[in-house]
Design a protein around this ligand. Structure first.
Ligand SMILES: [Zn+2]
Length: 366
């Protein structure tokens, strides 16, 4: 069933949506488009990880880069996913050659320090949130650790650490900076290198939403957890986009829809897929005074614990219908500039009249 949130979510072949991006980003967006057109990138239908396989609502025919990736909402759980999606081979090509530069996230020479600082900020937040349940000197693992800047802090606090990532150049920098046990690949790579280690904490900071098969991943993690071990998952939260966010993204769902994020989860969606993988899931609320560059946008923090008796919560109420209404209402408010976050951003801007005046002048000198 198609229910595009508003006309701007439609694919328009004669007037395609063009985001304002750098020239390099533009080239890579065009490269993805040409790979889709030539058939090198193949799209395949997928189902929601919550297990429901019907009643999806088509919300958007494009992603934030104007590429023709469709986003659908699962009426059972409210998770929004890209569907159809690329296959594994295409994804390896995308992540190895395109992703970072297309997203404007290339780590340039000389910028590692600020990159590390950003990673440090989320390590502090994670430790403040879960360290009371971590044994002294316990083992901590980060899946998708990039340059290992977060693990470095955790290591300095006396824990043993290990991390894995597909970005070998970022990890090389982490190794040079004394971060222990960084391995290329998935969590399997850590298992092969450290076969006797069991982790007290495995965390994924803005990584879980990239996974094509989150249930298979969670099942795999069971082998790596200590008896009281837990998994911490931190993902974007599209169900609070009206409240906060960067000026371009607040209230603007389109900014959250893009190829790398296979799933934009609802808490109910995570609870159900965790149940299928043999975990219980609890939403947690970290101290919001601890800021990170990511926490300027809404985040969902969920703690997962292996639970032999876990069963996926039943689909008693169509939570997806409630979420659909949220997204429709937010889109209407966004177009009027009246989302809560848009109003507070404007009020913030009014505190510096010089900046507002500069913008006004720009408008009249166009
Ligand atoms: Zn679902």
């Amino acid at each position: 069933m198609a229910q595009l949130l508003s006309p701007r979510f439609a694919f328009n072949p004669t007037h395609p949506f063009k985001p304002s991006v750098s020239e390099i980003q533009r080239e890579l967006i065009d490269l993805v488009r040409s790979k889709l057109d030539s058939g090198e990138y193949q799209l395949h239908p997928t189902t929601c990880p919550c297990g429901a396989d019907r009643d999806d609502v088509l919300l958007s025919e494009i992603d934030r880069y104007g590429l023709p990736f469709k986003s659908v909402l699962c009426l059972s759980c409210g998770t929004v996913r890209i569907d159809p999606y690329l296959d594994e081979n295409n994804l390896v090509d995308f992540y190895t050659h395109i992703y970072r530069r297309m997203y404007g996230m290339d780590i340039e020479e000389g910028t590692y320090d600020s990159y590390f600082a950003r990673q440090r900020s989320y390590a502090e937040k994670i430790l403040a949130t879960v360290s009371d349940t971590l044994p002294e000197g316990g083992w901590v693992c980060e899946v998708g650790c990039g340059g290992g800047g977060a693990l470095k802090i955790i290591q300095e606090r006396g824990y043993n650490v290990a991390g894995c990532d597909y970005d070998s150049s970022a990890m090389a920098f982490g190794k040079q900076n004394g971060v222990a046990n960084l391995f290329y690949g998935s969590i399997d790579a850590i298992g092969s290198a450290l076969p006797d280690v069991k982790f007290d904490l495995i965390y994924l900071h803005h990584v879980f939403e990239h996974l094509t098969d989150p249930i298979a991943f969670l099942k795999q993690c069971r082998d790596f957890l200590s008896p009281n071990g837990q998994i911490l998952v931190i993902v974007p939260d599209i169900y609070h986009i009206d409240e906060l966010g960067h000026p371009a993204a607040v209230g603007n769902l389109l900014m959250y829809l893009h190829l790398a994020h296979k799933n934009n989860f609802s808490i109910e969606g995570v609870e159900r897929l965790a149940g299928f993988a043999g975990y219980s899931a609890v939403k947690i609320t970290p101290d919001d005074r601890l800021e990170t560059p990511w926490s300027k946008s809404p985040e969902l923090w969920v703690k997962l614990q292996p639970d032999a008796k876990a069963v996926p919560p039943e689909d008693v109420e169509r939570v997806g219908t409630r979420y659909l209404k949220y997204l429709q209402r937010t889109e209407s408010l966004y177009n009027l500039g009246l989302c809560k976050g848009q109003i507070s951003n404007k009020l913030e801007a009014l505190k510096s009249p010089d900046r507002v005046w500069k913008k006004v002048k720009k408008v009249f000198t166009r």
